[in-house]
Ligand binder design. Sequence first.
Ligand code: FAD
Length: 468
Amino acid sequence: RISLCWFRRDLRLHDHAALYHALKSSDATHCVFVFDTTILDTLPYKSDRRVEFIWQAVRELSEALHAQGSALHVLHGDPRVLIPQLAVQLGAQTVYVNHDYEPEAIARDEAVRERLQSAGIGLLDFKDQVIFERDEVLTGGGTPFNVFTPYKNAWLKRLTDYHLRAYPTEQYFAALAQVPPLRLPSLAELGFQPTNLSQLKMPIGMSGAMRLFEDFQQRMARYHEQRDFPAVKGVSYLAPHLRFGTISIRSLAREAYCRGGQGAQTWLSELIWRDFYQMLLYHHPRVVGHAFKPQFEHLAFTNNVEWFAAWKAGQTGYPLVDAGMRQLAQTGFMHNRLRMVTASFLVKDLQIDWRWGEAWFAENLLDFDLAANNGGWQWAASTGCDAQPWFRIFNPVTQSKNFDPDGKFIRRYILELAGCPARYLHAPWEMSADEQWRSGVVLGQDYPPPIVDHAVARELTLAMFKLA
Ligand code: FAD
């Protein structure tokens, strides 16, 4: 029996549900990855860290298969056409994939399934990228949860060893099809240029993910104390690896669950948020482009385009907001605390539609994930499913004082504030003209004055929500 395993957001060989089932039930399993032009053609820039990250991960996957005497077919085009074509060409009876919960991916998989069916080939799909999916965790009434905490409690209650167990693919590697090496198209052949990814020293591929995780295991016990401070190395930085599946969610959840302690428990909770938003997107695909709470679908945003440009460029005059936005532009990463602060600032200080900010993050985040990004934005905008009340508005200066108390993070990204005395770093506009001149930070010249007055903006936003 010949099978084809189609890799998508699961770029690894170990603990891989679809690969495991393919290997176990066939004599020769071929592997394929498609650089999907229906996605790549929509990217606004031909230099994109995500494409490079995937390309590097695909290269490592291809080398790992080569080490087993097999190879990775790497194609470039529309998978709706290419996957059925390759399956026929190889004489495969079945194509194996892992579930994807995004509406467009679901439609793509259905199209591929139909084409395969007409060629007499089956498509088998498996849960792999989450611990619990779709309808696996439901309320007592049998409906999907809309609020995180009860979902988390039910998630933990349902969890058994079975859900955390690895798929031992390596025991079945003998069933990988023996194939001579296949050529990997270069990044340029895919129509993309290199980015600054290599300068960022971001560990890439399965091996990079493992290195990051080993490093984080040393720090996991302190996660609950350190995770909110962007200047501290307190988080795992694993999000891009979870996004592209270079590491298995089961291995991470198992470690967090079995280790116990407050740090591990808090981190496990973040992994449960990830499951939660995937589940939510699956059940409510309308959240793409629409407020989860219908009463907030048409908030009267003012959508000032100049303010939006200043926000994107990290030029709002609020140092912590600007530092976060510059981190995003320069590295493709933004610390979670800053995602919350900058998103809240866009919606509740600038009264700009959360969908604009969501789209900017989607273009720039290396770990961009439709479900988590949409969930995060709707949380920050108070249009989402959670219990965050709309009248709770982050004060960007208080956030700055609480979470970057020494201004270490601000100084890292806002070089023009180098001379600013520490006591003014969170609100440089409080300096007198004389102090500005002496510190070399003249507002309006070296660094912008605040784009809005937070106290005034807050009142306007409260009125906007009240109206809705
Ligand atoms: P850690 O703190 O080490 O957490 C471990 C993992 O848990 C993360 O890698 C991630 O997979 C998951 N996780 C953590 N927090 C969340 C969360 N709130 N929701 C869902 N999963 C979570 N996360 C993304 O993966 N992709 C996104 O596009 C994304 N966009 C966001 C947009 C906004 C406005 C906000 C407020 C949050 C967003 N997040 C997103 C969630 C979170 O900010 C990132 O997952 C986290 O900062 C990634 O860093 P880390 O891997 O070091 O996380």
